[in-house]
Structures are given as structure tokens and as C-alpha cells.
Design a protein around this ligand. Structure first.
Ligand code: F3S
Length: 275
């Protein structure tokens, strides 16, 4: 069985940067925390915990030391709470997320409804809403567009969303006779990974998508693969693979979300090559 890895897959610039910043912080100070899991990859988060990086659920859980803000960013009031407590803050917010936050702030200042496309429960979306202000509405899909939109309507999008979803929301707003101000904040790494996954899924008999089940960008990659290749499988670890999935396959593709380190991808590729 031939195993082909997607041209662009795995850890992105923002995740790598956040991991590096957490490791440097941990070497400087034993009392190091992340506010929430640093990245959406349970294996990596466990490894960091074993090295001493504590995962705090909320600001209330941190009394001293260093706190690392993860790549997803936080709401402005959370940042203020951390500073008010006198904690040392290492801001590992991905620069692309920071740009999306600034865009959300600009749309807030324009004064109308700010549509934030993404999953309401996702930390990045919570952070974007914090910057977008009181008139922010989160829309996971075009069907969730509210009836009442106050002009000027602005649209900002979670960095790991798909362009198809953004386009659908823009078209639906236009269909109401409103020309929205669109901030396409989908990051370059996400677009590269989505395009590579779609291209590869078209070519192979089956495809394996590696990443945390709680990872938005990996879930989108899986959805894209599934739309292009019926035999798509979403795994977190190599031991979840069932060899029966690949019966009769000549070529299998492998892709991975932006929080999946290279060693996890290599482990899957190596295993598939033994089949
Ligand atoms: Fe940043 Fe994009 Fe990665 S927003 S964290 S480079 S997926």
C-alpha cells in the first residue's frame, strides 16, 4: 500500500511559536501555567504537564508565577484580570489571531452588527467576541444568521474556518440587500492545509486525518476529506487505526491538523507502510 502525506499538514507557525514560548517560560520559572490547554492536542498537553506546565481552567485557579496565553488568544477582560493579579503574562496569541482580534475591534467601532463566524464554545471565538463588543453574534453556519442585522454589517471569521462557510454567510447577507464589510481572517496555514487535504483526498483510496477531536481545524480537514473521499478516518493516535479500514486500498493519504506534531504524523505513516 502506498502512503502519501499531504503537501501541507501538521503543526503551523502559530502552534510552534506557542509551544516554544511555553517551553522557554517553563525553563525560567517552575510555577508556569497555561490558561486552558495550550493546544488542542491531548498528547502534547499531557507531555507538557509531565514537564511541569500546569493547565489552569480559569484565572481564579492561578495565584502566582507565569501564565502563557495560548495561540487562540483571550478576551480583553481576561488579559486585564491576569495583569491585575500581578501575574507575569506571556502572550502566545498567534499573530494571525491577533490580527483577527484587531479586525473585530474595527468592525465594533464601525457601529453595526458584527457577525463572528465560528463555534461559539471555541476559545478563539470567545476572544474575538470580546473584541467585537456587545453587538457581536456568533454564527456557526449560514442557517444561524439572525433576522435582525444592524447596518453597517461586519463579518469576521475564526482563523481556522473554511472559505466555503465564509462565502455562504457573505452571500446570505447580500441576499438581504446589505453589502457587508468582510474581514477574511482565515489564516494562510489553514488555507494551505485545507487545499492540500482536498487535493490528496481526490487522489487516494482512503485518507487518515490526525488531530485532537477537540480541534476545530482538524474537524474541518476531516469534513473536507470526507466530501472528497468516502473512506476518510479521523484519529488522535496511531493505535486507533483499524487495518480493516484499508482493505483493497492501493493508495492511502495522511493529513493532520495544525496542532499535530511531526512525530505523531510519522508514527501513522510508518504504521500504514507496514500494512
Ligand atoms: Fe495561527 Fe493559523 Fe496556526 S491562526 S495558530 S497559524 S492555524
Amino acid at each position: 500500500m502506498r502512503v502519501v502525506r499531504a503537501k501541507h499538514a501538521g503543526v503551523c507557525y502559530g502552534v510552534e511559536r506557542a509551544l516554544d514560548m511555553a517551553v522557554v517560560a517553563m525553563m525560567d520559572e517552575d510555577d508556569t501555567h497555561t490558561l486552558g490547554p495550550l493546544i488542542h492536542n491531548p498528547t502534547v498537553v499531557k507531555q507538557l504537564e509531565e514537564q511541569g506546565v500546569k493547565v489552569a481552567k480559569s484565572v481564579d485557579d492561578i495565584e502566582s508565577g507565569i501564565v502563557v496565553i495560548r495561540s487562540h488568544g483571550v478576551e480583553p477582560h481576561v488579559m486585564q484580570q491576569l495583569k491585575d493579579k500581578g501575574l507575569t503574562v506571556i502572550d502566545a496569541t498567534c499573530p494571525h489571531v491577533a490580527k483577527a482580534q484587531r479586525s473585530a475591534g474595527e468592525l465594533r467601532d464601525a457601529g453595526g452588527t458584527v457577525i463572528v463566524i465560528g463555534r461559539a464554545e471555541h476559545p478563539e471565538v470567545k476572544g474575538l467576541c470580546g473584541h467585537a463588543g456587545e453587538r457581536a453574534v456568533v454564527v456557526a453556519d449560514v442557517d444561524e444568521l439572525p433576522d435582525d442585522l444592524i447596518e453597517p454589517v461586519g463579518i469576521v471569521v475564526q482563523t481556522t474556518e473554511s472559505k466555503e462557510k465564509l462565502e455562504a454567510v457573505v452571500e446570505a447577507v447580500r441576499a438581504r440587500g446589505i453589502e457587508p464589510v468582510v474581514k477574511n481572517t482565515i489564516c494562510f496555514a489553514t488555507r494551505q492545509r485545507q487545499n492540500s487535504a482536498a487535493d490528496l483526498a481526490d487522489e487516494v483510496d482512503a485518507i487518515v486525518v490526525i488531530g485532537g477531536k477537540n480541534s476545530s481545524n482538524t474537524t474541518h480537514l476531516y469534513d473536507i476529506c470526507k466530501a472528497h473521499c468516502e473512506r476518510s478516518y479521523f484519529i488522535e493516535r496511531v493505535d486507533e487505526i483499524d487495518p480493516a479500514w484499508f482493505a483493497g486500498c492501493e493508495t492511502v493519504g495522511v493529513t493532520a491538523g495544525a496542532s499535530t506534531p511531526d512525530d505523531q504524523i510519522c508514527a501513522v505513516v510508518d504504521y500504514l507502510e507496514t500494512l
